[in-house]
Design a protein around this ligand. Sequence first.
Ligand SMILES: Nc1ncnc2c1ncn2[C@@H]1O[C@H](COP(=O)(O)OP(=O)(O)O)[C@@H](O)[C@H]1O
Ligand SMILES: [Mg+2]
Length: 332
Amino acid sequence: MALSRTSLPLPLLRRGKVRDVYEVDDASVLLVATDRVSAFDVVMAEPVPHKGTVLTQLTRWWLEQLPPDINHHLITADADEIVAAVPSVRDCAGEIAGRSMLCRRADVFPVECVIRGYISGSAWREYSEIGTLAGEPLPSGLRESERLAAPLFSPATKAEQGHDENITIAAMREAVGPDAADELERLTRAIYEHGASIATSRGIIVADTKLEFGYLPEKPAERMERTNSDGDSRPSRATGFDPSRVILVDEVLTPDSSRFWPADRFEPGGAQPSFDKQPLRDYLLSERQLGRWNGEHPAPPLPDGVIEAMSQRYLEIYRLLTLSPLDMGYAN
Ligand SMILES: Nc1ncnc2c1ncn2[C@@H]1O[C@H](COP(=O)(O)OP(=O)(O)O)[C@@H](O)[C@H]1O
Ligand SMILES: [Mg+2]
């Protein structure tokens, strides 16, 4: 059974395009990946079977592959451990098993940390029109989808609605502070390089990916200590930026946050087929051409074949990367 939305007996903090985020307590959240799918910034009415489970299990798998010095938010993705920690969800197995992550709660930095090994998507659009990316020049003569000489860190704003907008590094430093900006770039590069090299060994190019980071709130004990020493309990700039409180949050190197291309069909000089959502994109584009869809919410109803093709592709990318099939015991 595919799942479009959840309703757990916990305070709902946010319904994102894909995840429902619940508050567990001051220090933790429960992230539930539904089977919702979006394309061209519109969420489809129909869920895609197994999609949420693939996103969650792939994120969990990547977090296990990352170097141990990369701190992240995952406490557990094990359903029994989640229920043990959050007893009120004990009767919600269908909404938990396989698709949920109990996570440390962080203040999410208001930037998408995008890194590009290849030039595609919004970066290609801007470059092909005016030769820049977020206003900064790139070498001339690049072709669409071409590999860049070195991975390019290209942050973006988090738009509540519609497209994220690429911003300069200077704008990012302004938004989060220079020390945090440097640390987020360093982590983004380390994670991309590590992940892309694993993916390459499986025949998959990670053309680009988007990461999110959060800042762990001060523990009450730490705040108390500071209150005693300086008589002021407000979090202040004076406490300074502490890199050990930065953690990787949200999803990691999934088909929703990354462009995965099959290496054996890679051909620079044009757009590459997307591993996962291509059947959906093709269908929606043809509905637009036929004048049956205006590109806005609501999307046209999806044929079963399109949903099934996407579901198979999500399962396939999981299998290709992790070298084992998705555990269907989860896939309620
Ligand atoms: N550890 C965390 N603490 C707090 N918020 C988080 C954490 N991990 C992820 N989030 C937030 O949860 C939401 C996940 O929902 P998602 O469907 O991915 O949203 P979006 O539509 O913004 O992509 C995002 O807003 C993300 O910033
Ligand atoms: Mg997201």
